[in-house]
Design a binder for this molecule. Structure first.
Ligand code: GDP
Length: 210
């Protein structure tokens, strides 16, 4: 029997495939959650922390170079989708030109996509790119958009709350809506796992064939 207190065993995560276009996406058999944020925000580290795996998701050495959409299955119940990071100054223009349509296509044509986690580095105020992404994601009414600040271990406890308030103000969202996380201390991991677990389809909610 599984020792995991949650319904979904996050330790049972597997890489499914990489894709750049819809024809290569895996079949939509489970709810999907996209993880998005600027390069170097700590996306790979957070996903590895969620999966309790040191290097299932490659921690990038050359930020902004990974230009693929990576699909990870969690316990055959959820799909976590790692979207390539944005906003890294050294990304060549040609790469940037491919990035946008690739991401937009994925985000606009995937009915099983139920939620997006937008990652923000707790030490920075959201960039123009972050704010654009935040606004853009809100055009999909039926989708949950969750701001997650990363690397909270890097900010002293006294500085954390005022900084969270500043970020919340810029996002025009309540401070309590933001999840604080650290891949180093695993702060926020259980909260994110609970949130993701709550997005699982119950048998009656499963999409019916047309
Ligand atoms: P990505 O480009 O968004 O996938 O970011 P990475 O996961 O590759 O992380 C970028 C850098 O930040 C790496 O050097 C990580 O070790 C570091 N990092 C990521 N998350 C944390 C964290 O929670 N705490 C600390 N202290 N460092 C982190």
């Amino acid at each position: 029997m599984s020792q995991d207190p949650f319904l979904v065993n996050f330790n049972n995560a597997t890489f499914v495939k990489s894709a750049t276009k819809p024809a290569n996406y895996p079949p939509e058999q489970t709810p999907e959650i996209a993880v998005i944020g600027r390069s170097n925000v700590g996306k790979s580290s957070l996903m590895n922390s969620l999966f309790r795996r040191r290097s299932l998701v490659k921690v990038s050495r050359t930020p902004g170079r990974t230009q693929l959409i990576n699909f990870f299955s969690v316990d055959d119940k959820l799909m976590i989708v790692d979207l390539p990071g944005y906003g890294y100054a050294k990304v060549p223009k040609s790469v940037l030109r491919q990035w946008r349509p690739m991401i937009e296509r994925y985000l606009t044509t995937r009915p099983s996509l139920v939620a997006c986690l937008l990652l923000l580095d707790v030490r920075r105020l959201p960039s123009e790119d972050d704010l654009m992404m935040w606004d853009w994601l809100h055009q999909f009414d039926e989708r949950l958009i969750v701001p997650v600040v990363t690397k909270v271990d890097k900010l002293s406890k006294q500085k954390r709350h005022p900084q969270l308030q500043r970020i919340a103000n810029m996002l025009d969202t309540p401070t309590e809506a933001i999840i604080s996380s650290s891949a180093k201390t695993h702060a926020g991991r259980d909260k994110i796992r609970q949130l993701l677990t709550s997005l699982c389809w119950t048998p009656t909610e499963e999409p019916q064939p047309l």
